[in-house]
Write a protein that binds this ligand. Structure first.
Ligand SMILES: *Cc1c(COP(=O)(O)O)cnc(C)c1O
Length: 334
């Protein structure tokens, strides 16, 4: 059987049908209907954050929150290259200039110079630090609800923040800058979440705790096989962090087989691991002209990108399949 790096979570079919039945009654399919309103309220509660604004995807949520901050054109934005293309693209598409820094240094710089921090928290849904949900850090956080993420609305995303003044700006921006019915206050785009997406979110949110528990069991099974193996580095549990078991990244260094050989061997066995994140965004050809381009300028990020492999991880991954994946990897040990 083919095992992919991730598999979308779906609620029971009848549950979704029941949820969307009301759309056939109302004929209200998008533009902040009842499903959208309910999901927003439930997420504000779940994420323990005063303001959640829903979007049709995480990328546009990120583009919009950067725009809403109103940085002057050409401003520099300090960012990590060890991320998905979306993070860097969202900066550049706003007419701003990314300045790549190495991993684990951003909060320190921001505190020292009093800068705004926007988190691409795409992967961090349901994560807590010292009991505080991840939506509460920095000036704003973006979450992705893409089909491959821990919590999905098919496509979707949101921005979370505390600043009351940002609410109407964020809401206007995703709807052409239209405020009320007769005023257009921004050159906004269209990034609204539809009722069908929100309905999927409402269903998936009811099952999120089971999902997390199943992912935890998968993670523990991986650890039971791979921890302590020479040349394999796992992400250890982080102090004070309640994780969401979104991914299972492994760094191969001095294992015998290198990352690409492990990737290839798994592929031959119909197991799809992914090189997350590789290549890093400062080595993208579309960014070759940036002053801070070049993977060699961020050696820690480059080191990780060259050696990391993200193994299959999803709630319904059978523990026997985890055993088999680990057996294949360990057969390559020198
Ligand atoms: C998934 C993801 C995004 C983009 O989210 P979409 O909902 O797919 O638009 C942005 N940043 C990171 C790190 C992601 O993983």
């Amino acid at each position: 059987m083919n095992i992919n790096v991730t598999r979308s979570s779906l609620p029971p079919f009848e549950e979704y049908i029941e949820e969307i039945r009301k759309l056939w009654e109302s004929h209200w399919l998008t533009n902040m209907g009842i499903e959208h309103k309910t999901l927003q309220a439930e997420l504000e509660q779940f994420l323990e954050c005063p303001h959640v604004v829903l979007y049709t995807n995480g990328h546009l949520a990120l583009e919009n929150v950067i725009a809403a901050m109103g940085f002057p054109a050409g401003s520099e934005v300090i960012t990590t290259p060890f991320t998905f293309a979306s993070t860097t693209h969202a900066i550049v598409r706003n007419g701003l200039i990314p300045v790549f820094c190495d991993v684990e240094r951003i909060k320190e710089i921001a505190d020292r110079y009093g800068l705004k921090v926007i988190y691409d928290a795409a992967h961090a849904f349901a994560v807590k630090y010292k009991g505080v949900p991840s939506a509460n850090f920095g000036d704003a956080s973006m979450f992705s609800f893409h089909a491959t993420k821990v919590f999905n609305t098919i496509e979707g995303g949101c921005v979370c923040f505390k600043d009351d003044a940002l609410v109407s700006t964020m809401n206007d921006m995703k709807n052409f800058g239209i405020r009320g019915t007769e005023r257009v206050v921004f050159v906004g785009g269209n990034a609204k979440m539809s009722e069908f997406q929100a309905a999927m979110g409402l269903c998936n949110l009811r099952h999120i705790n089971e999902e997390l528990a199943k992912r935890k069991a998968v993670m523990e099974r991986y650890f039971s096989h791979l921890s302590g193996v020479e040349g394999i580095k796992l992400c250890p549990p982080q102090k004070d962090v309640e994780p969401n078991y979104a991914y299972f990244p492994v760094v191969f260094d001095g294992f015998g087989a290198d990352r690409d050989e492990v990737f290839q061997k798994l592929k031959e066995n119909d197991i799809g691991a992914r090189k997350y994140f590789y290549p890093i965004t400062n080595s993208f050809e579309c960014y070759a002209d940036l002053p801070t381009a070049g993977a060699e300028k961020t050696p820690v990020a480059k080191y990780l990108a060259d050696r990391v492999l993200t193994l299959p991880m999803y709630a319904d991954l059978a523990l026997e399949d985890v055993d088999r994946i680990c057996e294949i990897i360990l057969s390559l040990k020198k």
